[in-house]
Structure formats: structure tokens, C-alpha cells
Design a protein around this ligand. Sequence first.
Ligand code: TYD
Ligand code: MG
Length: 462
Amino acid sequence: MAKERITYVCNSCGYDSPKWIGRCPSCGEWNTFVEQKLGKKTASSQLPSFNAQHSSPLVLSKIETGEDPRINLHDNELNRVLGGGLVPGSLTLLGGEPGIGKSTLILQTVLRLKDMKVLYVSGEESARQLKMRADRLTSDLVPPEGGVGVQVVCEVMIERVFEHIKVVEPDLIVIDSIQTMATEDVESSPGSISQIRECAALLLKFAKESGTPVIIIGHINKEGSIAGPKILEHMVDTVLQFEGDQHYMYRIVRAIKNRFGSTAELGIYEMRQNGLREVTNPSELLLSDIKNSEELSGVAIASAIEGVRPLLIETQALVSTAAYGTPQRSATGFDLRRLNMLLAVLEKRVGFKLGQKDVYLNIAGGIRVTDPAIDLSVIAAVLSSNVDTGIDRDVCMAGEVGLSGEIRPVSRIMQRIAEAEKLGFSKILIPSANLSTLEHTHFKIEVKGVRRVEEALRELFG
Ligand code: TYD
Ligand code: MG
């Protein structure tokens, strides 16, 4: 009788070891190794081997490519983030926290693909639950004549999923979610590293051999990375991340890896009663209340770029005398270390004493911004709150702040100015160094270059 193989797998990164070890040499985590009994053959051992019979070297310059065929998903945001649509034979991973709207996004998308046969495999919800959700999402569920529309199957064993695939012969497969899938070849519970790895390997093999695109939904763990080994991210062609704050309606989908397009793109949705709605003009959404409200202290508008899109965002600050010995600093939607750095610049270079003050910073709308060009508005909002003087609501700004208080140039200044002009601002402060690139362009909006933080503050507060 063949002896059962036993291996030890790190639950954090998927590292394999023939014996148990206390600390994983790959990821450095302690106590993460679990015993794994392997069947005689594992799924990944069935993967095609790279032998010379199947492949032969080709001259790179002579390989014919032609236009990449793409499947139009009839969703502008998703199409753009994917780089122009879904690629046949691709494996796409959509990650996000539980409850953020992953199933909703994928279900509403596949319901629009009237001319495709879609197999939706759910290991999380019953067929009735899926039907109820679909009813919320669309009023015409019945496919056009001759079409089948979306077929759902509630199944967690990957082998049986493949049997269904053989019968249905779908044009697109959705796996909701990879954490619920299991293969008979591995004796561990669904959601464990080895199950995820084996199931994903089988799906990858299937997608590449059949040319059928597969979308995998995956949950994100507390640390914010996709639960399961990093291996999963390495295996798939595209990793999309669905993020947003549970308490806000906005949802952002961004590509963190894309073999068929750029990772700079970003899609924005709003969660409604009847599903996710594309947001085509995010700036208007984020600024809608402020334009009608009175001038408030501690509010500054930044012309930021997230992905490739300009976005006008509101930075809010509250500065108050520290009630306790140690002043509090907190930032929502902005890097706290960067806030501390900007406060140090204000203190050292501009001479404002903030050492005994609590400083709270918030990016309105629950979005996270990484664009350094919002530094200037952070500084402006902090000072505005500190001196309790509002900033003119017709003014916005863009600029990175350096350690010596200089305003450093930012990328894509034209787009930032154009967006501010489009939304009716009358003045924008930009880094002086960016002015040279604008010489021959005329804007209706007043463009003011600033060199240093003091100069910008004089512009804003007189
Ligand atoms: P869901 O897609 O189930 O999240 P995930 O698959 O990422 O776990 O979304 C669940 C949330 O979305 C739930 O709190 C209800 C909300 N929702 C709406 O607000 N409108 C809708 O039309 C739908 C279907 C869900
Ligand atoms: Mg779900």
C-alpha cells in the first residue's frame, strides 16, 4: 500500500516543509505550521510539466500578436480597471473585506452579459439567496430568446464544479469565494492555505487550457491582504481590490496587479438599494455639500489624482488645545506619519507652535488618498483650524511639501487645473516649478504658483 505523505505547511505564506518547524523561514511567523496529509496525487502535480515536447522556442520578433480580444463587461469602471475588458482565458481575483459588495458587483455584471453563458458557483449562499439578490439588482432577469443567462450552482467541492462545467460549457465562470472551495486531494478544511492553493491551481489550469475566463472572489484578512497565501496573487493574471468604508456609500475598485493593463486605473461606485452604480464624476459627489455650505475653518480643497483620474477632495482638520499631557494626533484616510511630518515642517519652518495642540485630520467621503499633492491642503486645513479662519471656498490647491518647507512640483498638473476649472473654482495654488509647463495654455481659473509654505499661507490668509 502506498504510504500516505505528510507535509507541514505554513498557514501564513504557504511554505512547505517535510518536518514541523516553529518559525517559518519564509515569512518569519511563529507557530504557523500545520500538518497536512496529502493524497497520492495532488492537484498541482497534475499541472502540465514544462517539457520540451510541448513547447519549442520561438523567435520573439516573429511571434504574431494582433489585437487582444476583450470581453466587454458593459460596465465602464470595471472595463477600464481591467485594461479594456476581460481577457479570454484569464484568471482574475477580486478581493475585498466581507460585506463590501463583491458578490453584488460580480452578479450585477454577469447579469448584463446577455449573450454569454455564465456559470456562477457559490459556496456561500443558497440559490434562493442569489435569486433574491438578482431580483434586487435587475428587473429583467429573463434572458432574451435563445439565451440561457446566468446559471447558478451551490457547490464547494472543486471536482464537482468541474463536472458541472463539463455539462454547462460556460463562457465565463465565477467562483464565490475561493475560501469556501475544497478539493478531495487535500485533507484540510476549506479556506486553509493548501486548499486555496490547490483549487486555484486547478482553476488556473482550466482557464489556460480552455480559454474560458474565470473570476475568483476572495476575502481579505485583518491585515488587509488577500486571505490565503501570497501564492494566490502570484498565480492569477489580475488582482482587483474592492475597498471602501462600510459606513460610506462609495466603493473603489483598483487593480493591484494586471498582466493585461495598467495598475493605475481606478473605478468608483456608489452602493444603492438596487446594487452598485458607476460614479462618472467623483469630484462632484465628494464636494456636493461643501459648495452650498458656509465658509468653515479647517477645510481645504485639494486637487488630487487617484489612479489616473483627477479628484477634488476635501481635507478637514481640527486643532485644539491638548486636554491631557500628550497631544493627540489622528488621521483618517491619510498617513499619520506624513501628518506628523507636515506638522513638524509647520513648527520648524513656519514657526507655528502646535506642540501642545491636538490635531485631527480627516479626508471627507471615507476615501484613502496616497497622492502627495494633497500635502498643501493638509497644511492649509490645519492652519485654518488653528487660527479659526476659513479659506475662501473658491480656492483649491495642489502641491507636495518638502522637509524644508518648499512646495515641490506634482505630476499631471494640467489635469488637476482642468478639473478645478470644470467644477467652478476661481483660483488654484500650484507649485511654482510646475508653472513652466503651462506657458502656452490659458485657463479661465486663476493659476497661482507658490514656492514655499509661507507664501501659500500668505496667499490664503493674507
Ligand atoms: P455583498 O455583495 O454580499 O458583499 P460581499 O460579497 O463582498 O461579502 O454585499 C453585501 C452588502 O451590500 C450588504 O450589506 C447589503 C448591501 N447591498 C446594498 O446596499 N444594495 C444592494 O442592492 C445589494 C445587493 C446589497
Ligand atoms: Mg459574497
